[in-house]
Design a binder for this molecule. Structure first.
Ligand code: ADP
Ligand code: MG
Length: 616
């Protein structure tokens, strides 16, 4: 009998408010960066014109936003932390006229559920302000306080009461990156407001009020100065304004691309496609132009409500928007390129970028396509050439010669030994190495020949050298006689700061100097120097490119970036000595047949196969 009553007992109950809030908070506050976004947007909505963001430990211990906006009354200050408490909409129709950044009334309630919150606020005409402390969604303390007009909200120890989620947070570097991204997205959209960002007591951004153009340069760096093309079109349906970078500023990373709809940062693969299309003939494939575009249209034409963090939106008629955006950019680009014509010159430092050194003109394309080498690789009946490379697990196997072959003494390479040893002992190979297309090295061996890709090979060599450097065999530094300064954008400066210790192991002596500036005191002694300043900039660029690869550590990304960036490029003439050094270095590597990214460093061509092909 007892048993049965237990089974029949009802089991559904309501969750206590603080737990319900914690669960709901999961959608809105995933990481410190989410709080940054919400708090900054609230400050903007409050009509502030000076907004300060302060963070400690990448926001894990503190995210604080101080504004000089309209403030809150005592009652509102308390109400603000209730779920669905908002001053921004009253009914469902308001959703279609929305002019503010917020409207869901969820942000502060969510923050109060997963962190300790301290609020200080005062309206201009009130005698005194209000101070409130909240923990676990419950008010711990409320008292009047003397304060300036505006609001300060400090969120402390995020997820202190949800350890599982706290553990889920990424490294400080990764979380800081998210914060900076969110900060930039808001700051870019409101150039007429002053924004500052202070991280662990250091001011990282100080963005004075100005024009959009000034704001872009403040954020993305001086290199965009005089390199921005203005976009401006107006119709009854929508307006578009903003800037795109001149084609020569296109980078290997997608980073500097911003679309705002009604001042809200959005992600839209669709509109990105429209913009890339407009650029299509002007930039190399795999490169990304900078853009910061503001599309304004009647709020009734969009639905901002599709995504909880509101980064995606639905347009009522997305085809019109697509066509319009594309046309506006094409128009702007055509306008700019009347002089100096479409056939612009590339900046030499950009020209050396991998993506750009690939064939870009039709002439180059066809000369590559007609080269015998290219054809050899594309002709189907010769596919076995390519297949053979999979046999080549390692140089050692490759040069292992069977006893009955040892009589072929006229062969240059591989009399009886293993490759790396052999080449080390006898670097002076009798048979001269041959460079073809200023990109490949042909080296004969006993049973055929090898075709080495000079850039891929060098990338492998450098990668292993750097790997050893950071594993305790640092590369010696050569002090520069004339230290150069390196001025970076604020985001890049934050990034480089994180990389300094590893860069030191790799032979770069860099000292922070002022806000976003570093002094290059010394460079790696054993590595061909050249223009180290732009080399470092390109390493940072490449590093950001790798940043999406979560599986790599910071160090791995740095080493890979450096190896890629500093490798000898194709279309570079090499001397006999350089070729021999490269070949011997390559086969001294632990893994010699592929770049760190898995591209082959060489292909082998088998003499027997060749003979067969020629009917012998
Ligand atoms: P929402 O922004 O969607 O309305 P929030 O939870 O972010 O919801 O904020 C709740 C309310 O608190 C806002 O509608 C606003 O009235 C008030 N508020 C929040 N932050 C500020 C601020 N910095 N200054 C003045 N009022 C604020
Ligand atoms: Mg809000």
């Amino acid at each position: 009998m007892l048993q049965i009553t237990r089974i029949l007992t009802d089991i559904i109950h309501l969750l206590p408010d603080n737990i319900a809030n914690q669960i709901a908070a999961g959608e809105v506050i995933q990481r410190p960066g989410s709080a940054v976004k919400e708090l900054l947007e609230n400050a903007v909505d409050a009509g502030a014109d000076e907004i300060k963001l302060i963070i400690n430990d990448a926001g894990k211990s503190l995210v604080q936003v101080i504004d000089n906006g309209k403030g809150m009354s005592e009652t509102d200050a308390r109400m603000a932390f209730e779920r669905h408490a908002t001053s921004k909409i009253r009914n469902i129709d308001d959703l279609y006229k929305i002019k503010t950044m917020g409207f869901r009334g969820e942000a502060l309630a969510s923050i109060a559920a997963v962190a300790k919150v301290e609020l200080k606020t005062k309206r201009e005409d009130d005698e005194s302000g209000t101070y409130i402390e909240i923990e676990n969604s419950k008010v711990q303390l409320q008292e009047p306080i003397a304060a300036n007009k505006g609001t300060s909200i400090a969120m402390k120890n995020l997820f202190f009461n949800v350890p599982a989620r706290r553990n889920f947070l990424k490294s400080n570097t990764a979380e800081l990156r998210h914060i900076v991204d969110e900060f930039i997205r808001v700051a870019m959209a409101f150039p007429d407001l002053l924004f500052t960002l202070q991280s662990n007591g250091q001011e990282v951004f100080h963005l004075e009020k100005g024009t959009l153009k000034q704001r872009i340069v403040q954020i993305l760096g001086n290199s965009y100065n005089a390199k921005l093309v203005s976009v401006q079109e107006q119709t009854d349906y929508l307006n578009i304004m903003g800037f795109v970078g001149k084609p020569e500023t296109a980078k290997k990373t997608r980073g500097d691309q911003y679309i705002f709809v009604n001042n809200r940062f959005i992600k839209s693969a669709y509109l990105n496609h429209a913009i890339m299309n407009a650029f299509s003939d002007m930039i190399p494939k795999d490169s990304f132009p900078m853009y910061a575009l503001f599309i304004d249209l009647d709020p009734a034409q969009i639905d901002v409500n599709v995504h909880p963090t509101k980064q995606e939106i639905k347009f009522e008629d997305d085809k019109i928007v697509y066509a319009f955006v594309q046309a506006a950019i094409k128009h702007a680009l055509a306008h700019f390129s009347i002089t100096p014509t479409l056939d612009f010159e590339l900046d030499p430092s950009i020209e050396r970028l991998d993506s750009i050194s690939k064939p870009i003109t039709e002439e180059q394309k066809s000369s590559t396509a007609s080269s015998s080498l290219y054809q050899a690789f594309t002709q189907k009946n010769q596919a076995h050439f390519i297949e053979r490379k999979s046999d080549l697990k390692h140089w050692k196997d490759f040069y292992e010669v069977s006893p009955n072959q040892q009589t072929y003494t006229d062969d240059v390479v591989g009399i009886n030994n293993k490759g790396s040893d052999f080449l080390h002992k006898q670097p002076d190979v009798e048979f001269p190495l041959m460079q073809i297309h200023k990109s490949y090295i042909v080296t004969q061996r006993q049973s055929g020949f090898l075709l080495v890709h000079q850039q891929n090979a060098h990338e492998r060599v450098l990668y292993e050298r750097y790997l050893h450097a950071v594993a305790g065999k640092p590369i010696a530094t050569q002090q520069s006689l004339f230290p150069t300064t390196l001025e970076l954008s604020a985001t890049d400066a934050v990034l480089l700061q994180e990389l300094l210790p590893d860069m030191k192991e790799l032979g770069y002596q860099l000292e922070p100097f002022g806000q976003h500036t570093f002094v290059l005191q010394g460079t790696p002694a054993d590595i061909d120097s050249g223009d180290e300043k732009s080399a470092i900039e390109k390493i940072i660029e490449q590093y950001k490119h790798f940043s999406a690869e979560l599986k790599f550590t910071r160090r791995e990304k740095l080493i890979r970036s450096m190896a890629l960036q500093k490798s000898i490029k194709i279309n570079t003439v090499l001397s006999q000595k350089e070729m021999q050094q490269l070949i011997s270095d390559l086969f001294a590597c632990e893994i010699s047949n592929a770049t760190p990214n898995g591209k082959p460093t060489y292909m082998s061509f088998d003499k027997e196969e060749l003979d067969k092909m020629f009917g012998r």
